[in-house]
Design a protein around this ligand. Structure first.
Ligand code: F6P
Length: 540
């Protein structure tokens, strides 16, 4: 029997019982002591990504019930429905086919259209990269949300693959300081503006695009057609804006799943057609893993099930992401949209209020920077926050040679040691007794040793996962991103929600449109006291 929501499955009640009987008392240190093969049992190789899940509060009986839950919720059928192009985004009547964008030619749905759009986009990207004929030195990508976060994150992550001599800038915020900071770096005749908006109605993007156009004309720029292009599924609106070169895509590509489409144009300009295809190929390899690997070895499925176990049974409300690679420093921001816009929902597919929690808060910072900011709370705070470490085995420090190369290689060893140490410390902790045995030279001499030891102890048993990449390449990055996409799919499918709409962003947009003229007129009729008071202050 299939259930549309996880709480209707008998496995849900079984998991509740299991949590009370064993789950809440689960101790990672004891689990490792009792099972010398725990690492082997709980680590998995997916395409390009090795996932060590062994430092999670999970055991075989729990996994069996979670897998039962997934089967009861028809996870495999739901997955197939996505790949086959059924309108699983039912509130907008749309298919969800970002996987088709990375399928090899001849495979996947809409292959002819997809390949034609890809070829056209890549050909254009290569022509821009040919600086001798394009004359383009700066590319300014204007977009927001899914039309910014993915491309910006990938371009930064793949910095080692970008060609010298061309600079990419990303402008997203309606705050004019964002664009204003970039414009002084540009020369009109050497600049290409890419206006990226799926809908081509987004306030921020249109405002920045208008301002960019005004700047271009002020600088004496004349050839708008050559210096402004659009990537959008609404090419009519782009044309109405005055942009004649537009790259279109389809409504079955969600904004936060769109970096694989023509929205990826800045990525293609930065890394070139061949590497862009490698990014797609890596994602496709992960698609195949997700689609075809049995659930018990399927990494996005296993991670999604652990997410459910933590969110709905342990009651953990947040998850921290710690990429130990400077190039991945925008990954947490990207994942925030991917996961929280997809699964931050309070009703099931029929619109019924949910009695259980959905998306956790996803947040984080590149390692080791986060260690010197909020890791204190992860280690000793009152909340348990599962952490996801991402480490890259082989660095790419570019053309460094001699002593510099040696020093940077040494820094990479330090980076990796820090990454391992943090997950080890979170799990291991330190008892008061252990702390009492240690010297604490910086502790106040006026405090008793026991008090000092209590301050210096760590509860431990704090869970984490570690994802390992051999190297940060277009292919491995594509696989990593697709892994996250599918994991979000898994949790959304079990929660019985629509992970592919985002009605929650509408109210604020509508209220902004009504407040904008009030800022000019001062009309506060019908406003609540706080909004009216703030409006008056801003106008004073
Ligand atoms: O924030 C809401 C949202 O619709 C996102 O889902 C989307 O990625 C972003 O705005 C930008 O939308 P568009 O690409 O249509 O400008």
């Amino acid at each position: 029997m299939l259930y549309s929501r996880c709480d209707q499955s008998p496995a849900w009640a079984g998991l509740q019982d299991l949590y009370l009987a064993q789950g809440r008392g689960f101790d990672l240190r004891e689990a490792f002591a009792a099972d010398a093969r725990r690492f082997e049992t709980w680590s998995f190789q997916a395409p390009e990504v090795f996932a060590d899940l062994s430092k999670n509060r999970i055991d075989a009986p729990t996994l069996q019930l979670l897998l039962q839950l997934a089967r009861d919720c028809g996870l495999e059928a739901q997955r197939e429905a996505m790949f086959k192009g059924e309108a699983i985004n039912h509130t907008e009547g749309r298919a969800v086919l970002h996987t088709a964008l990375r399928a090899p030619a001849g495979q996947g749905l809409f292959s002819d259209e997809v390949q034609a759009a890809l070829t056209r986009m890549l050909t254009f990207a290569e022509s821009v990269r040919d600086q001798a004929s394009s004359g383009i030195r700066d590319i300014v990508h204007i977009g927001i949300g899914g039309s910014d976060l993915g491309p910006a994150m990938v371009v930064q992550a793949l910095g080692a693959y970008t060609q010298p001599g061309q600079r990419l800038h990303f402008v997203s915020n309606v705050d004019g300081h964002d664009l204003a900071a970039v414009l002084p770096l540009l020369e009109a005749d050497k600049t290409l503006f890419v206006i990226a908006s799926k809908t081509f109605t987004t306030q921020e993007t249109l405002a920045n695009a208008q301002a960019a156009k005004a700047w271009f004309l002020q600088q004496g720029g004349r050839d708008i057609a050559r210096h402004f292009v659009a990537t959008s599924s609404n090419t009519e609106a782009a044309a109405a804006f005055g942009i004649t070169t537009a790259f279109g895509f389809w409504d079955w590509v969600g904004g936060r799943y769109s970096l694989w489409s023509v929205i990826g144009l800045p990525i293609a300009i930065a890394i070139g057609a061949e590497h862009f295809r490698a990014l797609l190929a890596g994602a496709h390899a992960m698609d195949e893993h997700f689609r075809r690997t049995p659930l018990e070895r399927n990494v996005p499925v296993l991670q999604g099930l652990i997410d459910i176990w933590y969110r709905n049974f342990h009651g953990f409300t947040s998850r921290s992401v710690a990429p130990y690679h400077q190039g991945l420093r925008r990954l947490p921001a990207y994942l925030q949209q991917l996961e929280m816009e997809s699964n931050g929902k309070g009703v099931d597919r029929e619109g019924q209020a949910l009695p259980y929690g959905t998306s956790p808060v996803v947040w984080g910072e590149a390692g080791t920077n986060g260690q010197h900011a909020y890791f204190q709370m992860l280690h000793q705070g009152t909340d348990v926050i599962p952490v996801e470490f991402i480490a890259v085995k082989r660095p790419n420090h570019g053309a460094a040679r001699g002593e510099l190369a040696e020093r940077l290689a040494d820094q990479h060893q330090k980076l990796l040691a820090n990454c391992l140490a943090q997950s080890q410390a979170l799990m291991q902790g330190k008892s008061v007794e252990e702390a009492l045995q240690e010297k604490a030279p910086t502790a106040s001499k006026t405090l008793g040793p026991l008090t000092v030891a209590r301050h210096r102890s760590f509860p431990g048993n704090r869970p984490s996962s570690t994802l390992l990449l051999e190297a940060l390449t277009p292919r491995s990055l594509g696989a990593l991103i697709a892994l996250y996409e599918h994991r979000v799919f898994v949790t959304g499918a079990l929660w019985g929600i629509n992970s592919f709409d985002q009605w929650g962003v509408e109210l604020g947009k509508a209220l902004c449109n009504s407040l904008l003229p009030r800022l000019a007129s001062g009309d506060a009729t019908g406003l609540d006291g706080s909004t009216a008071g703030l409006l008056a202050k801003l106008r004073a």
